[in-house]
Structure formats: C-alpha cells, structure tokens
Design a protein around this ligand. Structure first.
Ligand code: ASP
Length: 346
C-alpha cells in the first residue's frame, strides 16, 4: 500500500550523532560529530512537509561506536516522556551500532504503538552526494504514515536505509560503503522505497491489543559473545566461559548451529551451563538459523544450550541483556528466549 501521511503530523527527531551529522576536521581530515543545527540547515526541504517537527540532541553527539546501554536508556526515556505529544519518532544514529540500538529499543519499548524509525547515512549530510538528506526525509515521512483507519502504519522500531525499511531487531549492517547498508537476512522488508513508499502490510509487527506502552530501563551487561573457529582450544573456551561476572553468552556457531563434536568441548559447555551460565546458540551465517539438522548441533542442545533460532547476533545479545535485566534466570530465561517477544525470531 502506498503512503498516506497524517495531516500536520507531530514528529520528534532525536539526534544521537553518526556520519549523517559529521563534518571533516580541517587538521586531520577525519570525520567527527557536529551539532544538530548544522545537520538541519542542510535539509531545508523538511520545511516543505506539512508536519510539525521538533528535535532533541545528544550533547555532545557521538560516533555510534560509543553507544552503550546508558544511552539506550536515554533514548527510551526521551520517547516515554514525549510519547503522547508526538505521532512518530525518528532517531538519527551512526550506522556502526545501529542494529544493536534498534534491537535493544525494540525490547525496551513493550507495546509500542507508534513508529520509532532509526536512520543515518554513509556520507555526511553536508556532502554533495549525501544519502543523508533522502534517508532523513523518508524516515520522517514513514514516521508520519497512517493506514486508512488513521492508525500509525509502523508500530515498532525499524531501520530506514536507502531503499528499504527493515524490522530493527532483524537488521544487520551489511556494508561499510554501499548506500543500502542494512539488511534483514531472515525477514522481508517492511517497506520498499522507490518512486513511492510501499508498505508490506503483512510483515508489520502489531503489539497486543489494549496494552499501554511499558518501558523497561534495566539492561544487564553481564553478557558476551563467544565466536567459534576451527582450532579454538578447549582451554580457551573453558577460560572464556568462566569469565568473572558473566551470566549470559551468545555463542556464534557454524552453519545450522553446529559446533565441534569432541566430548571435551561439550563437557566444558555442559559444566558452564551447570554452573548457571546461560548460553544461546546463533549461527555465524548471515542467512538462516539454528536447526535440528546435525549431530554436531544436537550435542550443544544436549549440553543445555538454548537455540537462538534465526536471531541476529545483535538481537540475541540485547535480548539477553533485557531478559537478565528483567531478573529472569534459568528456566524462565530459557522459556522467554524461545519466544518471539517483538518479532525478532520466526
Ligand atoms: N562511525 C560512524 C558511526 O557509526 C559510522 C556511520 O555513522 O555510518 O557513528
């Protein structure tokens, strides 16, 4: 369905930083974040839209490599405190950790009924060939989009980049160069952007009816990734899984969720689970997920490892932070991990 805009829609822009607003340091030539007025001065076309656009900015704006859970809480708080005043929210963000932020916010903002559209760009907005201007304008239009009944078209956290709108917690940064920098490898686009903006209505997430927005501010960072590779030493694995203060591990495995079949490997994993560590299995492949296809994968499940199914690594690690932050442990944590909370797994 092509786009219908809510007349006089109220949109809040939240500028966190990223290339979109950066300018070149004249001494070093390196890009560094710059203030919001510079960014907005470069998009005079925004005034042509029949919307009321306000803005709020991180001070100072950051390169998204400096993004962290405290900042996610800041963003979530901005949305919660202004939720009733705006029809939609556009978060301007660096691309490097955008998929983590989108995933984390999706879990933090339970029963979200308004669009939270995250965008940025590969080239600064002040550059002649920038992709930032178009991304910003399209993101604002999507944040103002309604269905024929007048309800927000998007009621979830999504990433808008170049030609596509993706579910935030299904997205991954795929390119450090291309304008179509993001992709959701296991889920169709929520919208395609060409001459018109076409929503894929069947793919859009809808929260449970009748529930109000509930914002979760606690994220537990006692988590880490463990990446398997041929040649990983049992002693290395054992050491990693015994990292002090760690409660949850997202293990990145091969193919359909496979790991070495060596009993030594499995004993180390089983012992870590028995000590209370939660381990979730996600694949290193960009497409597909963990399946019950091979003995090499089944053995991990037998050792007490949870299947992350077709979750992205970004969604799995932020879901772990979120569920641990909710105080869930062992069985309850296992059960919640297995459920799609915000459409992050199939
Ligand atoms: N380093 C930048 C950032 O993530 C890259 C970008 O915005 O594309 O903030």
């Amino acid at each position: 369905m092509p786009i219908i805009s809510k007349p006089h829609a109220r949109i809040l822009l939240v500028y966190t930083g990223g290339t979109i607003g950066m300018i070149e340091n004249p001494q070093t030539g390196a890009l560094q974040p710059f203030d919001f007025s510079h960014l907005i001065d470069n998009v005079p076309k925004l005034e042509k839209l029949d919307y009321r656009i306000d803005n709020i900015s991180f001070d100072p704006p950051i390169d998204s490599s400096d993004m962290n859970p405290d900042r996610w809480v800041e963003i979530a708080r901005v949305i919660k405190e202004r939720y009733d005043r705006y029809d939609g929210f556009v978060i301007l963000h660096g691309t490097d950790t955008m998929a983590y932020t989108a995933s984390a916010l999706s879990f933090m903002l339970e029963n979200l009924r308004k669009p939270v559209i995250i965008t940025g760009s590969q080239l600064p907005i002040g550059e002649v060939r920038t992709d930032g201007e178009e991304n910003l304008i399209t993101a604002v239009q999507i944040a103002a989009a309604v269905n024929p009944a007048g309800e927000p078209m998007v009621q979830e956290v999504a990433i808008l980049f170049e030609n596509y709108l993706w579910r935030g917690n299904r997205s991954t940064k795929m390119s450090a160069e291309g304008f179509n920098a993001f992709k959701s490898n296991n889920y169709p686009p929520l919208a395609k952007i060409g001459l018109d903006i076409h929503f894929n209505e069947n793919a859009l997430f809808r929260p449970k009816p009748g529930e109000d927005l509930k914002v979760h501010y606690r994220l537990d960072t006692s988590v880490m990734f463990v990446d398997l590779f041929p040649g990983i030493r049992p002693s290395t694995l054992s050491h990693l899984l015994a990292t002090p203060g760690i409660k949850g591990v997202v293990m990145r495995t091969y193919g359909a969720g496979n790991a070495p079949t060596d009993p030594l490997f499995h004993n180390i994993v089983r012992q870590a689970v028995e000590r209370g560590l939660t381990i979730v299995n996600v694949t290193q492949c960009v497409n597909g997920g963990v399946q019950k296809r091979y003995v090499a994968g089944d053995k991990l499940a037998g050792a007490g490892v949870i299947s992350g199914r077709d979750s992205t690594a970004e969604a799995a690690i932020t879901k772990m932070m979120f569920l641990l932050g909710c105080g869930l442990e062992s069985h309850a944590l296992h059960e919640s991990f297995d459920q799609p909370l915000r459409g992050e797994i199939s």
